[in-house]
Design a protein around this ligand. Structure first.
Ligand SMILES: Nc1ncnc2c1ncn2[C@@H]1O[C@H](COP(=O)(O)OP(=O)(O)OP(=O)(O)O)[C@@H](O)[C@H]1O
Ligand SMILES: [Mg+2]
Length: 365
């Protein structure tokens, strides 16, 4: 790969980084379209930061190739550096300076005149809700303010490509939302964002395409919809008027949808997965509608009903066979994939599978 594909901000082929016995990045291929948020999703130790550091020219790859806007990250590192900015996993602004002082200092280092640096600092502090904190030393900032000033510092000069390495780890929901708004604002200005995250909902909220990485390898890649479709088309959530009707509702859903039905802790609630490998090639909504009709016929009163896509948590579990909290431990090369299938993780909820009395009930009407 010496020529870059037009329209791609990042293109890698077989990227490798080894630390001693650990293959931190083990043959990663990425194609990140310009002007989008691209999510790299993976648990602790998956190789996210190592990948980002290679793309940002902070680490030299041990194998494979990577191009950023057509420039080789090793041979043309200076060109790459001129176009990218990185907000690292750990904050990098000076704690003893105030928000304004940090931004003005950085602006001056970037070659802005004092007045321009001050104006840009004020504009960004205002845009990201930090005006009140502008005169405070950063060491007195909350975690959320800290992440915001950190991202702000990396977009003083609007970069063509911004790396955000776990921008919201450890933040409360409100602060996460503020950071998400910043990311959306940055992309709206035309910047491409490569975002790493351990939060499935974050990738879901922000990214157009997602690469799921696990143990240094990309194990799935695509749009959110494609990823979810590879796991199952969706889930039907029901709440019944009467808890006593739940066994009957569960029986009907299993029969019509031919899917696992989960009995939620709430005694009137149940969830059934629809899609992949379930029923007769019909569309998800059609299957769900058929299930509702059957419930009505059976006299089950449904209070609320919703049909949603599976969560990315479910996606990760189905792709890797383990959940996202696993393994931060060092690993040997080519460690075998966990061989406990998704069924090992069905969780604490009561869970009656579709097999149970399928034959007894016969096929869907
Ligand atoms: N400088 C280093 N020296 C030795 N091992 C390293 C080094 N940097 C990373 N590793 C190892 O490489 C693997 C990938 O690490 P990396 O930091 O890229 O993961 P990550 O996906 O960013 O994880 P996290 O979500 O915890 O930030 C881990 O096993 C880690 O211990
Ligand atoms: Mg990391």
């Amino acid at each position: 790969m010496s020529q870059q594909t037009p329209g791609l901000a990042i293109e890698t082929a077989g990227l490798v980084k080894t630390f001693g016995e650990t293959k931190a990045v083990d043959g990663v291929d990425l194609a990140v379209p310009t002007g989008t948020v691209y999510g790299v999703l993976g648990p602790n130790g998956a190789g996210k930061t190592t990948t980002v550091k290679m793309l940002a020219t902070l680490l030299r790859p041990d194998g494979g190739e990577a191009h950023v806007f057509g420039h080789d990250v090793v041979r043309e590192a200076d060109e790459v550096r001129g176009r990218v900015s990185l907000t690292g996993q750990y904050a990098s602004v000076d704690e003893d300076l105030t928000g304004t002082e940090n931004l003005v200092l950085l602006g001056r280092l970037l070659g802005h005149h004092k007045k321009a640096a001050r104006e840009r600092a004020a504009q960004l502090l205002e845009a990201f809700g930090l005006t009140d904190a502008a005169g405070k030393q950063v060491k007195n900032y909350s975690g959320g303010m800290r992440r915001r000033i950190d991202i702000t510092a990396s977009i003083l000069n609007t970069p063509d490509l911004l790396f955000l390495d776990e921008p919201t780890t450890g933040l409360d929901p409100r602060s996460r939302n503020q950071v998400w708004d910043i990311v959306r604002a940055v992309v709206a200005q035309g910047t491409t964002v490569l975002l790493t995250t351990q939060y499935l909902d974050e990738a879901d909220q922000l990214a157009s395409r997602i690469a799921v990485i696990d143990r240094g390898k990309v194990i799935a890649e695509g749009t959110k919809g494609e990823l979810k479709a590879s796991v199952g088309a969706g889930s039907v959530h029901l709440r019944l008027r009467d808890a006593e009707q739940r066994p009957e509702a569960s029986r009907v859903l299993r029969r019509v949808l031919r899917a696992d039905v989960q009995l939620e802790p709430d005694p009137v609630a149940l969830t059934a997965r629809v899609g992949a490998g379930t029923s007769n090639g019909r569309g998800t909504a059609e299957q769900a509608a058929a299930a509702l009709a059957e419930l009505a016929r059976a006299g089950v009163v449904v209070d609320t009903f919703s049909l949603g896509q599976p969560s990315l948590d479910e996606v990760f579990l189905a792709l890797t066979g383990h959940d996202t909290t696993a393994h931060d431990a060092p690993r040997a090369h080519d460690a075998p994939q966990a061989d406990d299938g998704p069924q090992a993780h069905d969780g604490p909820q009561a869970h009656d599978g579709p097999q149970a009395d399928d034959t007894k009930d016969g096929a869907a009407a």
